[in-house]
Write a protein that binds this ligand. Structure first.
Ligand code: SF4
Ligand code: SF4
Length: 199
């Protein structure tokens, strides 16, 4: 062992180096957020909780039961119950097991009528597995909750503008959430700013 190495060990140089780094980081700007009291901005294209888009005219979902979403889903977590009534396919129930979903959004891309979306909602954890199994009623409720939160953007995800959707429903605005202030015990309010996207 060299003299320098021996001195380093005796004088605890490495320990002091570590303590100096700790001290330096103590006074540098934090890169973590104190969730749930602080929340990061959601980026456009974020893939969160599933929802069935409610048709504003009929008030029901827009699904035509074509089964494309179930076919492309790599996790096999979409189950559709449908039946034929008077030469028309009627969707009785639409079930997504979100606990198995990998959020690839293939189902959204494959849908010819834009009946399904992945919303920007990400706070839907559950202590029970059944809390992550969404049926048709729950998926429509997810849409209602999401569209109530962002009324300015009917169809929000500019990355997915699939054919078949009315272009007037494509997003015209860019949303920015203001940073949520860190105040414990105080209700968190999000600021929403709408800005025109460059054409
Ligand atoms: S996002 Fe992907 S894994 Fe999840 S339901 Fe859709 S196709 Fe299946
Ligand atoms: S692809 Fe769209 S229309 Fe077809 S079954 Fe799935 S959600 Fe319904």
């Amino acid at each position: 062992m060299k003299v320098k190495e021996i001195l380093t060990k005796i004088l605890l140089i490495e320990i002091f180096k570590g303590l100096a780094l700790t001290l330096k980081m103590l006074f540098s700007k934090s890169v973590t957020v104190q969730y749930p009291f602080e929340k990061r901005n959601i980026h456009e294209g974020f893939r969160g909780r599933h929802a069935l888009v409610r048709d504003p005219i009929s008030g029901d979902d827009k699904c035509i039961g074509c089964m494309r979403c179930t076919t492309v889903c790599p996790s096999r977590c979409i189950h559709i119950k449908r039946e034929k009534r008077e030469n028309k396919m009627v969707v009785i129930d639409y079930i997504i097991d979100a606990s198995r979903c990998v959020y690839c959004a293939y189902c959204v891309e494959a849908c010819p009528v834009c009946a399904l979306v992945l919303t920007e909602d990400y706070e839907y954890s559950s202590y029970e597995r059944k809390g992550l199994i969404f049926n048709k009623e729950k998926l429509l409720k997810n849409w209602d909750e999401f569209s109530a939160k962002w009324p300015a953007d009917y169809y929000f995800n500019k990355f997915w503008q699939p054919p078949g959707i009315d272009p007037s429903r494509w997003p015209k605005t860019k949303r920015e959430q203001g940073p949520v202030p860190l105040k414990r015990g105080v209700e968190i309010k999000r600021e929403v700013k709408n800005e025109q996207l460059p054409s």
